[in-house]
Write a protein that binds this ligand. Structure first.
Ligand code: F6R
Length: 588
């Protein structure tokens, strides 16, 4: 969940690090810090707050040195304090470490180190790594060997970068179940948690495999595997353009990403036919099919399941990734697990996939981040092609997931590739034109404590998605559910003026949903209809264009995303960085 960047260069690195830090801030944003080596001095500046606030106070950009690293934190162990912010220096300040992940055995390690005389300054699990490397460096005098020896003692997950006070020419790193990649530039080399950190400097990337460690200089990369043997790997070119990671003319990344969707549904529709066919074949032939994902990606998975069941007649279980290990009784050779993930780094998804493989299942994934852990662990990967998603709330990645899921289901059904994507893109552009209606809803309901979202059938996951988006961006309590479930309890909470969003496209469930709408209205609810067909039961109505039923969730999601976004802004939240959350959830 934390963001990491390190750089060894010929020139001063503070500005490069600060720029990269801002780009990975979406990964964690409760505190941040930077360390550089200048001459034989280790400098550390860090504190609580957003990167720009810390820069204001501590002037990280003025740190000298051509080797340095920086970190944005999403707290796990230890409160949000200046001391707990990374980097963490060892007691003699010979070593400093930044870390993403959780060290499960840090308490016994800390006790052992304290018994040897090490003094700790923070409450974090991370600090044990600095002290361990310090000891190993004293013994081995070799940065890479010291790093490898130290991480061997760790249990848990880590991506770390290490600076050595007497070696201004090198930096080391290591990873286990958390992302760490190398950026290869001209006379500068990077270690980072994702490509966005250095994309302005280079697009040549080496993806480190799990349990590998690395030492970089400004023009050399040395990788070692878990067996200690050297690994040779050429850089690959990553395609994400710098322009994709700026806010352009938009106030927030989230708004930019919502508005990109007419384009991104099209790019998601461009898929390699042979890969799609292999994906479809695997599902068709599987003895059992599972879909697994978390959060918004799980909602995309629910939509895929619906079509696989109903149209392809393939029995499919959808299990939240963090729970998959509890649902493996019938999993085995011949099972296929389809994993959805924007980041490809979600710890729950990675654990689910490992568990699935342990049971003999094949893993097919639908991922946005090229070269991510999930992409590399999977037997086959389809990419979302929607470019980097920086806003913490998943928006364009969700609609892209629905596009790719539909392409796969169509292939399972043996349908020729549908060419309705241009129309879909136009419909999404049309759906975006509801800003006036959305702003009116925000004006009327921004003070309400609760919102409800209901729908039926294929649309039910859209209700879940609408509620999740509103919760995470506006901090208003929201619940989503099938409309049929209301009468089994939730109706008791409906009173005069309770806003209820009802997603109700024309089609087989339309009339029944209208009956539920009447029941809600009779109990005082203010109904907000989202549909291609208006009805007088709704107090407010947002029209979305009529599209093929399989694409309806895509156009319906757009006003829900805008509602959550504008509600967030109106309530003075930062929609790009909702409290307590992080974009890439790399802890379990
Ligand atoms: C909600 C949201 C999260 C993610 C979830 C899975 O807007 O962003 O619920 O969908 O954390 O993340 P990925 O798709 O990266 O595995």
């Amino acid at each position: 969940m934390c963001g990491i960047i390190g750089c060894v260069a010929e020139e001063p690195v503070a500005d490069i690090l600060l720029e990269g830090l801002k780009r990975v801030e979406y990964r964690g944003y409760d505190s941040a810090g930077m360390a550089t080596i200048s001459g034989r001095r280790l400098g550390v500046r860090k504190g609580v707050g957003r990167v720009s606030e810390i820069e204001e106070r501590k002037k990280m950009s003025e740190m000298s040195g051509s080797t340095g690293m920086a970190h944005t934190r999403w707290a796990t162990h230890g409160g949000v304090t200046d001391e707990n912010a990374h980097p963490h220096a060892s007691c003699r300040e010979t070593v400093a470490v930044i870390h993403n992940g959780i060290i499960e055995n840090y308490i016994p390690l800390k006790k052992g180190l304290q018994a040897k005389g090490h003094r700790f300054k923070s409450e974090t699990d991370t600090e044990v790594i600095s002290h361990l490397v310090e000891d190993e460096y004293k013994r081995t005098k070799d940065p890479l060997k010291a790093t490898v020896a130290a991480v061997k003692k760790l249990k848990g997950q880590y991506a770390i970068v290490v600076l050595f006070q007497d070696r201004s020419d090198v930096m080391t790193g290591a990873r286990k179940d958390a992302p760490l990649i190398v950026g290869v530039g001209k006379n500068k080399t990077f270690l980072a948690s994702d490509v966005l950190a250095f994309i302005g400097q280079t697009d040549r990337t080496i993806f480190l495999d799990n349990l590998e460690a690395v030492e970089i200089t400004k023009d050399r990369v040395k990788i070692v595997g878990p067996d200690g043997k050297a690994v040779s790997r050429e850089p690959t070119q990553v395609a994400w353009e710098l322009s994709d990671v700026s806010k352009s003319a938009f106030a927030h990344y989230t708004l930019k990403e919502i508005n990109e969707q007419p384009k991104t549904v099209l790019s998601a529709s461009v898929q390699d036919k042979a890969k799609v066919e292999r994906f479809a074949q695997a599902i068709r032939k599987a003895k059992s099919v599972y879909i697994t994902a978390s959060g918004t990606s799980y909602h995309a998975g629910l939509l895929m399941k619906f079509r696989l069941n109903k149209e392809a007649k393939i029995r499919t279980d959808v299990v939240v990734a963090g729970e998959l290990k509890e649902h493996t009784e019938f999993m085995g050779d011949g099972s296929v697990v389809v994993a959805f993930s924007q980041s490809g780094e979600t710890a729950d998804v990675m654990e689910a996939v490992k568990e699935a493989k342990k049971h003999g299942a094949k893993v097919y994934s639908i991922v946005n981040a090229v070269g991510s852990s999930l992409a590399r662990e999977s037997d086959e990967v389809l990419l979302l092609n929607c470019g980097p998603e920086v806003g913490v709330a998943a928006t364009k990645s969700f609609t892209s997931q629905v596009v790719v899921a539909n392409i796969v289901v169509d292939a399972v059904l043996g349908k020729k590739r549908s060419n309705g994507y241009k129309e879909l893109s136009e419909a999404v552009a049309e759906a975006l034109k509801c800003e006036a209606e959305v702003l009116e809803l925000v004006r009327l309901y921004m003070g309400r404590p609760d919102f409800y979202f209901v729908a039926r059938g294929y649309e039910s996951p859209v209700a879940l998605e609408g509620a999740l988006k509103l919760k995470e961006l506006s901090y208003i309590h929201a619940e989503g559910m099938p409309a049929s479930e209301l009468k089994h309890g939730t109706l008791a909470l409906i009173e005069d003026g309770t806003p209820v969003v009802i997603i109700n496209p024309s089609g087989p469930n339309h009339a029944e949903s209208l009956s539920n709408a009447e029941e809600l209205k009779a109990r005082g609810a203010d109904l907000i209809g989202i549909s291609d067909e208006e009805d007088e039961v709704y107090k407010h109505f947002i029209h979305v264009p009529k599209v093929q039923p399989k694409f309806a969730p895509i156009v319906e999601a757009v006003p829900l995303q805008l509602l959550a976004y504008h509600m967030s802004v109106a309530r003075s939240n930062n929609p790009d960085y909702p409290r307590n959350l992080a974009k890439s959830v790399t802890v379990k």
